[in-house]
Design a protein around this ligand. Structure first.
Ligand SMILES: Cc1ncc(COP(=O)(O)O)c(/C=C/C(=O)C(=O)O)c1O
Length: 360
């Protein structure tokens, strides 16, 4: 029985998250080989399916540690800014911890699934007149001025929890992959994976443990073209993308993301909304995995680099797909040209149904 991220990796996590463990059984997510993407790219491609966490995204890895640390300090309330998944996760884990949860989200830019989760778990949700970056500034000021703990990925305990995704991949494959691919929004996750891979290779804080991996991977991060500050080299005041989870113009972990890119010999590039939606459809229609649009950004990037002949043949590649498709299901109900897919309405007689199914 998987015991959750803190119990499974206790010797690799700080003591202050272990005094009062708040867990919903997060982590231990599937690492699924993808013959479809392997054939398309000439590499050996695996998907780390983080939509299989308790609240449907990778955020749970960092929320168990951040909420446990807050509980250990006797906190009674937490706050976060969010494009949606952090708020869904914070609301669930705050409920588990018996704490009050306030979430600040960009007005009208949160996917319905995530909104319903935050409400279902009883969070106080404020739709702020501004974008995610404005929400994060407000949340940081609130936590400084009032007795509420900030659980965004600027909180180091979030990064500590999220690094366990890298541990699980090495534990499953026997070593680090050649290349790790993932979306980049606020850049906490690329920071966390890079930390996890380095520690498992016996570097940094991992130097006090026996190395599990013989190497670290090359890190490939992808931003949405309309929200690509790291790619452009400057903050984006009005970030725009249908991938609302990564609609972020001024990443909180910007320097750390650049360090992961540069030290690993990797890259951070942009993919268009069209490429993201095409990858989203490849995943659901050919691979069998349903993700929310932002989560397909890494697959979109890998497919583009493959088309450009930039994917090393035979490379072992892991792509983190970060959130479940149920978070933002509208994108499965639209065709490529944006028209709505309406399920066929039909009478109940079996002949009509057989005809509609092309069976007769
Ligand atoms: C599905 C999904 N995929 C990728 C990202 C980008 O990860 P980071 O680069 O670590 O920010 C997010 C981020 C969401 C939030 O930032 C939030 O929920 O406030 C996400 O929900």
């Amino acid at each position: 029985q998987w015991r959750g991220v803190i119990a499974e990796y206790a010797d690799r996590l700080p003591a202050h998250v272990q005094e009062r463990v708040i867990t919903l059984g997060e982590g231990g997510t599937p690492l699924v080989p993808s013959p479809t993407l392997s054939q398309r790219t000439g590499a050996e491609v695996f998907l780390k399916v983080e939509g299989m966490n308790p609240t449907g995204s990778f955020k749970d890895r960092g929320m168990t540690t951040a909420m446990s640390a807050a509980a250990g300090r006797g906190a009674k309330a937490v706050v976060c800014a969010s494009t949606g998944n952090t708020s869904a996760s914070a609301a669930a884990y705050a409920t588990r911890a018996g704490m009050v949860c306030a979430v600040l989200v960009p007005d009208g830019k949160i996917a319905m699934g995530k909104l319903s989760q935050a409400i279902a778990h009883g969070a106080t949700l404020l739709q702020v007149d501004g974008n995610f970056d404005d929400c994060l500034i407000a949340a940081r000021k609130l936590a400084e001025a009032y007795p509420v703990e900030l659980v965004n990925s600027v909180n180091p305990d979030r990064i500590e929890g999220q690094k366990t995704g890298a541990f699980e991949i090495v534990d499953a494959l026997g070593d680090a992959p050649d290349i790790h691919v993932l979306p980049v929004g606020n850049a906490g996750n690329i920071t966390a994976y890079w930390r996890g891979y380095r520690e498992y290779a016996g570097l940094d804080a991992g130097a006090s443990h026996a190395a599990v991996a013989t190497r670290t991977p090359i890190m490939w991060g992808f931003q949405a073209a309309g929200a690509a500050p790291i790619v452009q080299g400057h903050p984006i005041d009005q970030p725009e993308t249908i991938a609302t989870a990564i609609r972020i113009g001024n990443p909180a972990s910007w320097p750390q993301a650049e360090e992961a890119r540069d030290v690993s010999g990797g890259l951070i590039e942009a993919v268009t909304d069209e490429q993201i939606l095409a990858a989203h459809r490849v995943l659901s229609a050919e691979v069998g995995i349903f993700v929310e649009p932002a989560s397909a950004s890494g697959v979109a990037g890998l497919l583009r680099l493959s088309d450009e002949g930039r994917v090393p043949a035979g490379a072992r590649i892991v792509i983190t797909v970060t959130g479940h498709g149920l978070k933002d299901p509208q994108w499965a109900l639209r065709t490529a040209d944006g028209s709505d897919v309406v399920p066929v309405r039909i009478s109940s007689d079996v002949v009509s149904i057989a005809t509609a199914l092309g069976l007769d």
